[in-house]
Design a protein around this ligand. Structure first.
Ligand SMILES: C[S@@+](CC[C@H](N)C(=O)[O-])C[C@H]1O[C@@H](n2cnc3c(N)ncnc32)[C@H](O)[C@@H]1O
Length: 581
């Protein structure tokens, strides 16, 4: 029998209990930025100094990122002098105006100015591209910050970059999940490169000469059908909150509520019967779950979040039973050469799901964190393998001198924020020992299990459940022989972690992040220097930024995953080998 509301529960491992609460998000993982209304939460944030750290001067949140982009656009327009600023009369709220879109912000929205006006008030209009002239309905002015938020109403003149025939979802331009379906994929990738560029320009606090040219964004093999996890939700019955049983009245649903994701810029859930960025197995699971909720509606008193997570069963061709496996209508079969992949959708957050990256196997609770785009993971993990160790000399003339030959070989990996062991395991062939650390004890349990599954014995891979900043107390490997991988949540690293990392001074650092703005801030600290640890001043830090690029884990959306590779400076590059300046 179909299970009922019991299948709905916490669906993330990293400290975010989602239970029957509604996600603040739509289809994206809950670490991704909320795309609700942009509100300055307090005066400190208005100035972009919400973070109390001495060395971390930004939170890298949407408001701050947007404000930087708005300010940069205003500067480039140069339509008026500062002294004119007070004289501009803004259109009434809820009026419709024509906006000429000039740029796309790093938050994924179009930024433009009112057509036929000499005002440089910037209008933020989602689902638009540079060159579009659109009708937009204003809903909020930020007068001091000189921008206004507006809803997209219609296209008046399309941008040459826009191709609406590419749009695959009827809810596009209403659902808050995707921003770029109307843009060719090459354009999306080029835009994501500028997001990385602007993040380092605006948030690293580094002079341009210390930031390398950003490499092209690596695309996802699947532009649709890539998300291995979706979490649609529905709201409780009308008045459920007021009645919730205390006054003896229990509300129930009179009809099936909308089940889906948030309408852009609102807290309203729209009914979305299908989401084309989900994998085929996840989309099938969505149909099944929607029907299950409708069939069991009387079991529900509240809203809920549904978990849809892909599971892969790998079956050797010799063992594949066409009569049994082909007839499973919930499964999706993929021919992978020597074996078949049978994909299904799991909805119980505690049930185990399996995923393969090349021949590496990962087993995790369905509700736990794991990267959501399996199609890009072989490319991504290969890139990290190719870059985590020092590059070979480019030509015979650059071959290492005898003294360089004596440099210690890098043999040890520290995987900070290791989750269930993605990097420890996929990099294991390069290192003699690996140490993973994650604050989530259930992720560490999975990591330990996954290491064994992939023939990594405890003698070569150790995992600790603790705050990343506690890591440095357990490190026994020499810094000159160690690489540290960092993949923190959106908020980035904390000051204590960064100070200890710099004090330890590993030979190389590879920093992966789903928020390139906090990544730029933290990398700026490693390259720029930390007062009291390695001195301050331009380029006084212990590290050089070797390369920087984005990976497109989330096609059709404004998100980009950043990968920064850093090497510790040698004596001649500005700091002594032991870190003293
Ligand atoms: C973006 S995930 C990366 C996980 C893993 N590297 C992967 O790609 O699967 C961030 C991880 O950081 C962990 N985390 C969050 N705060 C932490 C902290 N203060 N110390 C250690 N780990 C933390 C979360 O539990 C989560 O597993």
């Amino acid at each position: 029998m179909a299970s009922s509301a019991a299948n709905v529960g916490p669906v993330e491992s990293n400290g975010i209990g989602l239970g029957e609460k509604r996600y603040a998000e739509t289809p994206l993982r809950s670490e991704e930025p909320s795309r609700g209304s942009y509100k300055f939460k307090n005066k400190r944030m208005r100035k972009g100094h919400g973070n109390t750290s001495q060395i971390l001067k930004t939170n890298g949140d949407n408001e701050e990122v947007l404000l930087r982009d708005v300010t940069s656009l205003i500067k480039s327009l140069d339509l008026r002098k500062e002294s004119d600023a007070v004289s501009v009369t803004l259109p009434e709220r809820l009026t419709e105006i024509q906006v000429e879109i000039k740029r796309i912000s790093s938050t994924g929205d179009g930024l433009g100015v009112q057509k036929n006006s000499n005002s440089d008030q910037v209008y933020v209009v989602p689902f638009t591209a540079p060159g579009d002239v659109v009708t937009a309905k204003i809903f909020k002015h930020f007068e001091k910050e000189r921008y206004s938020m507006a809803d997209f109403v219609k296209i008046d003149t399309p941008s040459p970059h826009r191709d609406d025939s590419l749009v695959k979802c009827p809810y596009f331009a209403s659902c808050s999940g995707c921003q770029f379906q109307m843009l060719p994929y090459s354009y999306q990738l080029a835009h994501k490169k500028t997001i990385v560029e602007n993040a380092y320009k605006n948030f690293s606090n580094l002079p341009p000469e210390l930031i390398p040219a950003i490499d092209d964004t690596i695309g996802s093999p699947l532009e649709y059908g890539y998300r291995t996890k979706l979490t649609p939700h529905f709201d409780g019955p009308p008045d459920a909150r007021r009645s919730d049983g205390r006054n003896g009245i229990k509300r129930s649903f009179k009809e099936v509520p909308p089940i889906g994701f948030m309408k852009k810029g609102t807290r309203i859930t729209i009914d979305i019967e299908d989401c084309p960025i989900g994998t085929e197995a996840v989309r099938k699971g969505n149909q099944r779950e929607r029907k299950r909720v409708a069939d069991n509606l009387s079991d529900y008193r509240k809203g809920a979040t549904l978990l849809l997570r892909e599971n892969t069963e790998r079956i050797a061709k010799a063992d594949f039973d066409a009569t049994k496996d082909v007839n499973d209508e919930d499964a999706v079969l993929e021919d992978r050469g020597a074996h078949m992949h049978k994909k299904t959708c799991v909805t119980d957050p505690n049930a185990k799901t399996t995923e393969y990256i090349d021949d590496f196997q990962f087993v995790n609770p369905a509700g736990a964190f794991f990267q959501n785009n399996n199609s890009i993971l072989p490319r991504f993990t290969q890139y990290i393998r190719d870059n985590i160790l020092p590059p070979p000399p480019a030509s015979p003339s650059q071959s290492p001198s005898p003294s360089q030959n004596q440099k210690p070989t890098i043999k040890h990996l520290i995987d900070a924020y290791s989750g269930s062991g993605l990097f420890t395991i996929t990099l294991s062939a390069l290192f003699t020992t690996s140490l993973g650390i994650d604050i989530s004890s259930s992720s560490i349990t999975s990591a330990t299990h996954n290491a064994l599954l992939n023939a990594l014995p405890p003698s070569s891979a150790t995992f600790i459940a603790a705050d990343a900043a506690a890591l440095f107390a357990s490190i026994s490997t020499p810094a000159a022989e160690t690489v540290v991988m960092i993949d923190p949540p959106r908020k980035g690293c904390d000051e204590s972690f960064l100070r200890q990392l710099v004090r330890y001074g590993p030979a190389r650092v590879v920093y992966v992040s789903c928020n390139v703005h906090t990544q730029a801030r933290d990398v700026g600290v490693l390259v720029g220097g930390v007062e009291g640890v390695d001195g301050v001043g331009v380029g006084r830090g212990k590290y050089v930024l070797e390369s920087l690029r984005g990976f497109d884990f989330f096609p059709q959306t404004g998100h980009v995953e950043g990968v920064a590779v850093l090497r510790r400076k040698e004596g001649g590059e500005g700091v002594e080998e032991d870190g003293r300046v």
